[in-house]
Design a binder for this molecule. Structure first.
Ligand SMILES: Cc1cc2nc3c(=O)[nH]c(=O)nc-3n(C[C@H](O)[C@H](O)[C@H](O)COP(=O)(O)OP(=O)(O)OC[C@H]3O[C@@H](n4cnc5c(N)ncnc54)[C@H](O)[C@@H]3O)c2cc1C
Length: 275
């Protein structure tokens, strides 16, 4: 430790622990009533700050599904979607964003050695341009989830593009409401319908009939739904949708300008009650 720091300092070792430096992911995050999350479900060498992030997102994903089931509005399919959504994300995170990059870094260090040619090493290091694209390309999403109205052939993936557009299966992007509050401060603890008025020039509410159809479907399914009304102006236009159904974990379940013919079917799907 003193060699790494470059100077001597007082230090005492209280405990020496070991862990296996490996990439590992459980085959399933659920067996019956037992669920695993965080490092119990997946582990990898410390790299890129992915460890705790993935664990916390597991908890955010599983938490509302457990609550929904305990409160009586969830389903077995909703619980199963935890493993379907989260395991796919970690698998790609581990393979494409951790293992592949560790191998790439190793190849770089094998090719460029500051001890051998410092100038060449520094030039090559500065010329590396993929740092930004690494960050940009990491956008875990659930496009292929059975409880999300994603695009045809969509899949749950760690690869994606960061956009403000509200896309089913993607995390809602932060935007200020017309009150000045951030949208995340207004979301409910259950589902939230963001209902943005079509008329940009008038400070009117979204169509009452449309909002009522969502509220009625939620009531009939026993699921909590908060409606946040605003106008489709300013930054909110960047969502590119006037109706956005947001899950309790802040991922978009569905978005559109007009409601589908069967709003209840849409809401049922979002909570795994597909039949
Ligand atoms: C050296 C190192 C550096 C890291 N750096 C980063 C980083 O920079 N950024 C990042 O995001 N992540 C990092 N990580 C990963 C991060 O620490 C883990 O992903 C995260 O701590 C996992 O949290 P967890 O709650 O799932 O598991 P843990 O933190 O392992 O918590 C599990 C807990 O359960 C307890 N426990 C185990 N068995 C039992 C039992 N039978 N009964 C009761 N309790 C039990 C354990 O004592 C422990 O407290 C690093 C990991 C390591 C090892």
């Amino acid at each position: 430790m003193q060699e790494a720091a470059g100077f001597e300092f007082a230090c005492e070792l209280d405990h020496v622990g070991f862990w296996d430096l490996r990439v590992a992911v459980a085959e399933n995050y659920q067996v019956g009533r037992v669920f695993i999350a965080g490092d119990a479900a997946h582990s990898h060498p410390p790299y890129g700050g992915f460890g705790l992030n993935n664990g916390l997102e597991d908890a955010a994903n599983l938490g509302w599904k457990l609550a929904a089931t305990l409160q009586g509005w969830g389903s077995e399919a909703l619980l199963q979607s935890y493993s379907e959504e989260r395991r796919a994300i970690f698998k790609e995170t581990a393979e494409d964003f951790i293992a592949a990059r560790i191998a790439k870094d190793a190849a770089f260090l094998a090719r460029y050695d500051p001890e051998r040619d410092r100038e060449e090493f520094e030039r090559a290091w500065k010329a590396q341009t993929d740092a930004a694209s690494r960050v940009q390309g990491y956008e875990p999403n659930y496009e292929g989830s059975p409880i999300v109205g994603g695009p045809p052939h969509g899949k749950c993936s760690a690869h994606g593009t960061h956009m403000f557009k509200a896309r089913p299966g993607h995390h809602l992007a932060p935007q200020p409401l017309s009150t000045g509050r951030n949208v995340f401060e207004a979301l409910g603890t259950g589902f939230t319908l963001l209902a943005l008025n079509a008329n940009e020039d008038a400070n009117e509410d979204a169509d009452d009939g449309i909002v009522e159809s969502f509220e009625q479907a939620a009531r009939s399914l026993g699921m909590p739904l908060k409606v946040v009304r605003d106008t489709c102006r300013g930054e909110l236009k960047r969502y590119e949708s006037r109706l956005i159904l947001v899950r309790p974990d802040q991922f978009v379940a569905w978005s559109g300008d007009t409601p589908p013919g069967d709003v209840r079917a849409l809401m049922s799907r979002a909570i795994g009650r597909l039949g």
